[in-house]
Design a protein around this ligand. Structure first.
Ligand code: F6P
Length: 340
């Protein structure tokens, strides 16, 4: 078979390890041929396709970013599946492996519904995809956030300041929860559990009263109880989703005004997506890649590889994209026992 690979949506550590896994196993076990599609779906509609031999994937598992490039261009609004079929036919591509998050896998599902042979590979630092216990990229993002919070704590303690740290995650609080627990934060604020302004200030004050420099970890999608609009810019990405960010700064001003504790905000932003993947993410991404080429070879179109327990399985793309995997309330409650 001739298989086209693309990475779409926000990048995340581990993408190159998937590409390597797909190409090496596909070459060695199945004798498939591969082409790389540039910049996600943009390359598919603009016809930017080039050979992807095994030599091009050498040593890639530890390399961050993606050698194929990525974008959030939607093929649905740029020529639709007819255009995709045309480009695939021109290059004699028999099947696609699309590596991406919720937006990308939703498009892959539409492709499959329209008869395009496709297998999905889930990726996102947000860890918000249903049907897989983990996505690669999440572990790296949590490690970076944890190390950053540890560092912010020492400078906070030196000055007796409250340190607010805003992390990514879009509409879910997985990164905030895990990095917050790992770093011993005094409050962890996530979109799934709105809390009041009074409560946030009380936790900061309690930590300060015990002689600690309060650390507040907030997910970018968090809203206070009673507020219904997430903080972000007016800009949207190509899938029409609002770009989030700014809640950390609001909390910083709030805590300082209401408690009098000197407070600083740090927004970790894209640092969480850059650099080398953790060993956990390299392993998961490699396993996803080799399983994806098995799924293509078995013509399991419209499916996605997923981690369930310790096993890599195949699930329907519909199951993966039907609902966001949010943080269950009891997991936040476990952490909240230690707040303040
Ligand atoms: O989905 C991954 C993610 O990093 C989110 O956590 C974040 O809200 C968004 O992408 C940022 O998007 P962009 O890279 O377009 O700024």
């Amino acid at each position: 078979m001739k298989i086209g690979l693309l990475t779409a949506g926000g990048d995340c550590p581990g993408l190159n390890a998937v590409i390597r896994g797909v190409v090496l196993k596909g070459d060695r076990i199945y004798d498939h041929e591969f082409v790389g599609i540039k910049d996600g779906f943009r390359g598919l509609v603009e016809d930017i396709v080039s050979p992807l031999p095994r030599q091009r994937v050498r040593g890639l598992s530890k390399v961050g970013g993606t050698i194929l490039g990525t974008s959030r261009v939607s093929p649905i609004t740029n020529g639709g599946t007819e255009r995709v079929k045309e480009v695939m036919a021109r290059h004699e591509i028999d099947a696609l492996v699309t590596i991406g998050g919720e937006g990308t896998l939703t498009v892959a599902r539409m492709f499959a519904d329209d008869g395009i042979p496709v297998v999905g590979v889930p990726k996102t630092i947000d860890n918000d995809l249903s049907a897989t216990d983990r996505t690669f990229g999440f572990d790296t993002a949590v490690s970076i956030a944890t190390e950053s919070i540890d560092r912010l704590r020492t400078t906070g303690e030196a000055h007796g300041r409250c340190m607010v740290v805003e992390v990514m995650g879009r509409n879910v609080g997985w990164i905030a929860l895990h990095a917050g627990i790992a770093s011993g934060a005094h409050a962890i604020l996530i979109p799934e559990v709105p809390v009041s302004r009074e409560q946030v200030c009380e936790w900061a004050q309690q930590a300060q009263d015990r002689g600690r420099a309060p650390v507040v970890v907030v997910a970018e999608g968090f809203t206070f109880a009673g507020d219904d609009t997430q903080v972000g810019s007016d800009r949207t990405d190509e899938f029409g989703r609002k770009l989030l960010g700014g809640i950390g700064e609001q909390i910083t001003r709030l805590v300082e005004e209401r408690t009098g504790i000197e407070t600083r905000n740090t927004t970790l932003g894209h640092l969480q997506r850059g650099g080398v993947p953790s060993s956990y993410d390299r392993v998961l991404a490699t396993r996803f890649g080799t399983a994806a080429v098995d799924a293509v070879s078995a013509k399991k179109w419209g499916t996605m590889v997923a981690l369930q327990g310790i096993d890599i399985v195949n699930v329907n793309l519909r199951d993966a994209t039907s609902a966001l995997k949010t943080v269950p309330r009891d997991q936040w409650d476990e952490a909240a026992i230690l707040f303040g």
